[in-house]
Design a binder for this molecule. Structure first.
Ligand code: PAF
Length: 278
């Protein structure tokens, strides 16, 4: 695996690959890699000739400085995992490589920015679009791969790509779960043994919703799931919502495809999860 910290050297290397008609797949990450990230890498490898992964803990998408500070950064083991996973190129820039001083960014994402995560993490998606735009500009991928776990993030990035006519195809890859159902996340390492047990209520509630789903019962099911999560010790629910899969607006009883999304704090750790219901 080739490792680049400079955008110019990476750009030059990618230009030579493009001249040889190689297609470029891109998996942007913030590191602390787990099987979920590695599954994106495998999907990218199956669809493109050369895969670039980036590891960059993007300061502009954190609205809580403590969260940014404690975000895990195990770069040596991440490099090992990417090498074992068959990644071709790692881009691991420093903050100054991507950002100039006092840089301003704002993209009009409309209501999409303020729903769900947006209510609890104001400004988060401005930071995400800012860094993903920069990374796309450097890597110029043919296809970029994102996890379904950040469903709203995928929608936001797709909206940016549509608005700015970016020549990239986005692929949403399924959530990977631990055997007990917990969605894989870089943040799971912050959970104590007990918190990890309590965190299981999130995937249990999503599965209960899906297992009992009937058109006309959406409000009842949401109410029951909120109650279920509310009763779990150490879990502070932020939202549990059923929304239309394409607009993220509240789902109607006859919606053809909906997503149920949940966010909660388990101890000090904020977790998100979701399930698509067709
Ligand atoms: O999903 C993530 O890990 C991040 O939000 C992303 C897309 C790498 C941008 O920093």
């Amino acid at each position: 695996m080739k490792i680049f910290t400079s955008k110019h050297s990476l750009g030059e290397h990618l230009a030579t690959l493009r001249n040889k008609s190689k297609t470029i797949g891109f998996v942007p990450t913030m590191g602390a890699l787990h099987q979920g990230h590695l599954s994106l890498l495998q999907i990218a490898r199956s669809q493109t000739d050369q895969v670039v992964c980036s590891i960059f803990v993007n300061p502009t998408q954190f609205n809580d400085p403590k969260d940014l500070e404690k975000y895990p950064r195990p770069i040596e083991s991440d490099i090992q995992k990417l090498e074992q996973g068959g990644c071709d190129i790692l881009f691991n820039p420093g903050v100054n490589e991507l950002y100039a001083d006092n840089e301003q960014w704002h993209l009009n994402l409309g209501e999409l920015e303020h729903l769900l995560e947006g209510k609890f993490r104001p400004g988060h998606y401005q930071g995400v679009t800012q860094v993903v735009y920069k990374l796309f500009d450097i890597v110029k991928p043919d296809v970029a791969f994102f996890g379904q776990k950040d469903y709203q993030q995928f929608m936001v990035i797709q909206k940016m790509a549509d608005m700015l006519n970016l020549p990239v195809r986005l692929v949403m890859c399924p959530i990977l779960r631990e055997p007990d159902g917990l969605a894989m996340s870089s943040r799971n390492i912050h959970l104590s043994h007990d918190e990890r047990q309590h965190a299981l209520v999130l995937s249990k509630a999503l599965n209960w919703f899906a297992g009992n789903f009937e058109p006309g019962k959406v409000s009842f099911l949401i109410g029951h799931c909120k109650e279920m999560i509310g009763k779990e010790p150490g879990v502070e629910l932020e939202y549990f919502e059923a929304v239309e899969a394409d607009s993220l607006l509240p789902a109607a009883n006859n919606s053809s495809e909906m997503v149920i999304l949940v966010a909660a704090k388990v101890g000090q750790t904020r977790l998100i999860d979701n399930l698509i219901i067709s």
